[in-house]
Design a protein around this ligand. Structure first.
Ligand SMILES: N[C@@H](CCC(=O)N[C@@H](CS)C(=O)NCC(=O)O)C(=O)O
Length: 280
């Protein structure tokens, strides 16, 4: 599996790179970014997977996430994938809406035409990208953490819940916690998976927790001035599911913060330190 280096920049005593490769899962060229702190020759570092939200590419968090100083200090590799397949042959939302299709892969393996051909973001993130990164960067795959924002928070939670033991740490900023119960999720899961809601359950963090899936621990930050909180994010559903299940979790409402990277970057270093503690 070969990767093409699109750019590298020296930053915070490490290297921020952007890379591309031909993906077998999505059938198109995919771009992702990796920050590698300087390290002793031959050393392998723990890795954080960061899954982004609606409309994002790798670039949003790479440029606005403010993760590099903390990653350099803590010795963490930070990987940021794209949020969907892209290209002329890749179908989009029929009306070009931002919440489905391009930039909105929802970390599922689509089963419905015409999306089933390219929209394999679950398998891409769970299998293909980890193999590629493990083969090309100094990552210790025994020490993985996963985090994400909004749709990417949904991705981080569901991927971690479905793969017990793989991620020692899981956190999220303003995650979609119950896509089966909110308009963004209904539109995406219906479009990618069809109307049978039984197929949606493995892509719904609250349903997975209710079904018995567990994480060692969980950290979530949510701004109380987030304009998506009431209709789309419904953080209280995750709090209730964790309480019902006895799932250990720290879910914090942050007064005055919105949904943007101003919010994410504020709490990024704290999340990374929390991950690093669990990845020692
Ligand atoms: N901008 C969209 C909302 C989508 C949105 O807020 N996306 C979040 C993730 S759910 C994001 O990270 N946007 C890109 C950015 O802020 O850089 C709109 O048209 O309403």
């Amino acid at each position: 599996m070969t990767i093409e280096t699109l750019s590298t920049n020296r930053s915070f005593g490490g290297t921020q790179g952007v890379y591309a490769h031909d993906s077998a899962e999505t059938g198109v060229r995919m771009t992702f970014s990796v920050f590698v702190p300087d390290h002793a020759p031959g050393a392998k570092l723990p890795v954080i997977w960061y899954l982004s939200g609606l409309t994002c590419t790798h670039a949003n968090v790479t440029e606005k996430g403010e993760f590099r100083r903390a990653c350099a200090e803590l010795g963490l590799i930070f990987v940021a994938p794209d949020t969907s397949p892209r290209g002329e042959d890749v179908p989009d939302d029929p009306a070009g809406a931002y919440d489905f299709g391009l930039g909105a892969g929802f970390y599922v393996d689509a089963t419905q035409p015409p999306f089933a051909e390219h929209y394999h973001m679950r398998s891409y993130i769970e299998h293909e990208l980890p193999e590629l990164v493990a083969g090309n960067f100094p990552v210790d795959m025994a020490r993985q953490g996963i985090m994400g924002h909004s749709m990417g928070g949904h991705g981080a939670l569901t991927i971690s819940l479905r793969n017990p033991g793989r991620f020692r740490s899981t956190s999220a900023f303003a995650p979609i916690v119950a896509p089966s119960q909110v308009p963004w999720g209904h539109k995406a899961l219906d479009g990618y998976l069809g109307t049978d809601q039984a197929a949606w359950q493995e892509y719904d963090a609250c349903a997975l927790i209710d079904g018995g899936a567990r994480l060692p621990d969980l950290l979530v930050d949510q701004g109380d001035a987030d304009n998506f909180l009431t209709e789309q994010l419904k953080t209280h559903l995750l709090e209730e599911a964790c309480t019902r299940a006895g799932q250990k979790a720290t879910i914090r409402m942050q007064p005055g913060y919105d949904h943007s990277y101003y919010f994410i970057s504020t709490f990024m270093a704290e999340h990374l330190a929390w991950h690093a503690d669990r990845l020692k």
